[in-house]
Design a protein around this ligand. Structure first.
Ligand code: SF4
Length: 370
């Protein structure tokens, strides 16, 4: 059967960045790259965009990408109607069928086109409900340009209920509240902010480029503007020297913000970062799994929030006696304050087990980061 839509599909590509939060991954979100890389790029633990230049993409470029994603979506829907459902379309999304080649033989352009088609297909099959704006700090865009992009997404994909993005606290803290409200009203619904720590000494040490006061201001402004807010904190990033003040001040800052979600991303040294070099040279002492649990216990004890506290990443690698993860790893986590006692009980359970039951940060450092 001749399928002109298949030839047409091969004409469209759009840009993709390297990362997104796990909760926006898989089939959950269509990824649209609003800016490229990180405008700060100095955090000493982060390797995500190292060596890559920040690019402020033009609205025209971003809208062109949205149009390409829409063209692919429309063609996949047309194929679904013609073939009798999305399950049949899945058979077409295969390098052999599309390009007459094995996956490993694809050219860079074919690979990009294939990734785009596969992403849009998974997203459509899952209901096409969310869009994630990549890369590290979409809020750095001029307000009128970001709202134009958001409106274009809303017009192009009427089924979308949620548009989300990463944002730097520094930018949020200094963006006028009226601008944040405009952006929220144009359709951006959820912000993912890398808090890492609420302790000023730790923030300076890791070159986060933001103070704890600015973190609070950023979080409170985002909430006031009506965003759903996820804050990511990093157990272990204070090392053995600063763990206690890291835990106490992180709880203090989170209490002031009271975000919707608090997500734990334990520190793991990553090659090609200054903190990895410091760790190799003995200038940064990693904490052990039990020490990290004690840090977690202090932080959780001092939390006074109505947030969901989540351990939705495999770097939260503490185990139970049967080898299962100590904390559940879903995206909704534990409801606070109702489940605070439950989380503290799990921490005690982890502390009672021999330390070798858990996976150390040294071992995690050798695993690929997803
Ligand atoms: S702001 Fe975020 S993306 Fe940029 S260097 Fe820091 S952690 Fe990495």
């Amino acid at each position: 059967m001749v399928l002109p839509e298949v030839e047409e599909l091969k004409k469209y590509t759009f840009d993709l960045g390297p990362i997104r939060p796990p909760s926006e991954g898989g089939s959950a979100s269509l990824l649209i790259r609003a800016t490229s890389n990180c405008p700060w790029n100095l955090c000493t633990f982060c390797s995500s965009y190292k060596g890559k230049r920040f690019v402020y993409r033009s609205v025209e470029e971003v809208k062109k990408d949205i149009d390409s994603a829409k063209a692919i979506a429309d063609l996949l829907k047309a194929l679904s109607n013609k073939l009798g459902g999305m399950d049949w379309v899945a058979r077409i999304i295969d390098p052999l069928f599309l390009y007459g080649k094995e996956f490993e033989e694809l050219s860079p352009d074919e690979m990009r086109n294939y990734e785009n088609i596969a992403l849009v297909y998974r997203w459509l099959a899952a209901g096409a409900r969310a869009v994630f704006l990549q890369d590290a700090n979409t809020l750095i865009m001029r307000t009128n340009e970001l709202t134009e992009v958001l409106q274009h997404i809303r017009r192009s994909f009427p089924t979308v209920l949620r548009i989300t993005s990463y944002a730097r606290a520094k930018t949020l803290a200094h963006k006028p509240l009226e601008d944040l409200i405009k952006i929220r009203q144009a359709g951006l619904t959820r912000l993912h902010v890398g808090l890492e720590s609420g302790d000023d000494e730790v923030l300076t040490y890791i070159k986060k480029g933001v103070s704890s006061e600015e973190q609070i201001e950023a979080g409170q402004r985002s909430k006031k503007a009506g965003f759903e807010l996820s804050e990511y904190w990093m157990p272990g990033v204070g090392g053995r020297r600063l763990w206690e003040q890291h835990a106490k001040n992180t709880a203090r800052v989170l209490n002031e913000i009271n975000p919707d979600y608090i997500r734990s991303r334990p520190f793991t040294p990553r090659p090609n970062t200054p903190l990895y070099e410091a760790y190799l040279k003995g200038g940064f002492e990693l904490t052990t799994p039990h020490e990290r649990l004690r840090e977690l216990k202090l932080m959780v004890s001092e939390l006074n929030v109505t947030s969901r506290v989540c351990f939705d990443h495999f770097m939260n690698s503490w185990r139970r006696a049967d080898g299962a993860f100590l904390f559940k790893q879903d995206y909704e986590g534990y409801r606070f304050p109702e489940e605070k006692a439950l989380v503290l009980g799990l921490i005690e359970e982890g502390l009672r087990l021999d330390e070798s039951t858990h996976i150390s940060a040294e071992t995690l450092a050798k695993m690929p980061y997803i």
